[in-house]
Ligand binder design. Structure first.
Ligand SMILES: N[C@@H](CCC(=O)N[C@@H](CS)C(=O)NCC(=O)O)C(=O)O
Length: 387
């Protein structure tokens, strides 16, 4: 039987998340670049946009989106240890970490990739062109990189990377490295001895951009060896944690969220809560002004993923960023996990999230949910807004 195929790029944030999951799970797969003729001729038209990663299953199904890819594989290839913890605090925390990793760490990832051309650009030019076209001469390769890097530099601005915000982005990232390093002093993964969907969320920005591009790689190696080793660990099959001795291959016992992880959650509250709430409010406002029906592709076309802009305050700066409906989709998963718990378990989540300053995330919602159908984000049913 054919294996799974993963279409993506070595430099791509979300490809790294899916690749890491496939490797850890030791699922038989072959990675192909998006320059592969099958991606160009068949997969991209079927998905309707240039986007990665895409998983092609042995029976020819196409799945775009890392959340859906992981869900699919958890069901199709049942693991010995499911990627989502089953105890209430660890379950909801893992969803929160997946949201923060995939969406909340975009600013440092984009800044450290696109604002250090002296050190990064020659590497990036080869890394991008190598995956985007198979062969091609140096002029074609340079054209492809110019087009892709132009898009990504605009995306960096859309995520809030501007000359005014750069000092705050760097200070915030240094704090993050210190907190994650302190946690990794105690355990090889975010929730103990096994990776969760939270670890896979983190690896997207941390590996291809921040551990692999020349400038941030040097910074991480010099200042956060534990984090660098975790990035390496996330590329390996199995647990890969020799420096932790015989650490138990399980999540922390008794649904524990250790103090080093609570510190990281409190950091996420300070750094990212207002941003997520601003996105929810902006989408609610957009829906107040625009008539949509359930099931309609958001923004009409799958290629248009942003829904205007929103301004919020971050580290004392007004920051204007694009509104990304997909973020609601990931947030909803946290909330659905929370709502699916019994009363006592929900209470234990409320206590944890209140203590670290994240309680609003358990219930904040716009007047419609975001769903995914046919590899596209679509509007879900109406619901009571909670802003
Ligand atoms: N939510 C999606 C996001 C995928 C995504 O944004 N991929 C980026 C690369 S890391 C992309 O394809 N960008 C292409 C472009 O916008 O030109 C996922 O989790 O897979």
């Amino acid at each position: 039987m054919a294996p799974y195929y993963l279409y993506g790029m070595s430099a791509s944030l979300y490809t790294a998340k899916a690749r890491s999951y496939l490797r850890k799970r030791q699922i038989d797969f072959v990675e192909r670049a998006v320059g592969h003729p099958h991606y160009q001729q068949d997969i991209m038209p079927a998905i309707g946009r240039l986007i990665m990663p895409v998983l092609e299953t042995p029976d020819g199904q196409l799945i775009q989106d890392t959340v859906d890819i992981v869900d699919f594989l958890e069901a199709a290839e049942p693991p010995a240890h499911p990627v989502q913890p089953t105890t209430p605090r660890q379950l909801v925390t893992a969803h929160l970490l997946e949201l923060f990793g995939g969406e909340g760490l975009l600013r440092p990832a984009m800044h450290y990739r696109w604002n250090f051309d002296d050190e990064n650009i020659a590497f990036l030019a080869q890394d991008f062109a190598g995956c985007m076209i198979m062969g091609g001469d140096s002029v074609q390769r340079a054209q492809v990189f110019d087009m892709a890097s132009g898009r990504m530099r605009s995306a960096a601005v859309a995520f809030g990377v501007t000359p005014e915000s750069i000092p705050a982005i760097e200070a915030s990232y240094e704090e993050f490295l210190a907190l994650f390093s302190a946690h990794l002093e105690t355990a090889p993964y975010l929730l103990g001895g096994l990776p969760t969907n939270g670890d896979f969320g983190f690896v997207g920005p941390l590996f291809p951009h921040l551990a692999r591009d020349p400038h941030p790689s040097a910074l991480m190696k010099a200042t956060a060896w534990r984090v660098w080793r975790w990035c390496e660990r996330m590329q390996a099959p199995g647990v890969d944690a020799p420096e932790y001795g015989d650490f138990p291959g399980a999540f922390f016992a008794d649904d524990e969220i250790p103090s080093t992880l609570r510190d990281l959650l409190a950091y996420i509250a300070t750094e990212n809560l207002d941003e997520v709430l601003a996105q929810v409010a902006a989408i609610d406002e957009w829906l107040a002004d625009n008539e949509v029906v359930e099931g309609e592709v958001i923004n009409g076309k799958p290629a248009r993923r942003m829904l205007g802009q929103v301004t919020f305050e971050w580290r004392g700066l007004p920051l204007t960023i694009s509104v990304v409906p997909y973020r609601l989709y990931v947030l909803q998963r946290l909330q659905e996990a929370y709502r699916g718990l019994d009363e006592v378990s929900r209470q234990s989540d409320v206590e944890l999230f209140e203590a670290v300053g994240l309680a609003r995330l358990l219930t904040a919602q716009a007047r419609r949910s975001v769903r995914r159908v046919d590899n596209r984000e679509v509007w879900g049913p109406e619901q009571e807004p909670n802003l």
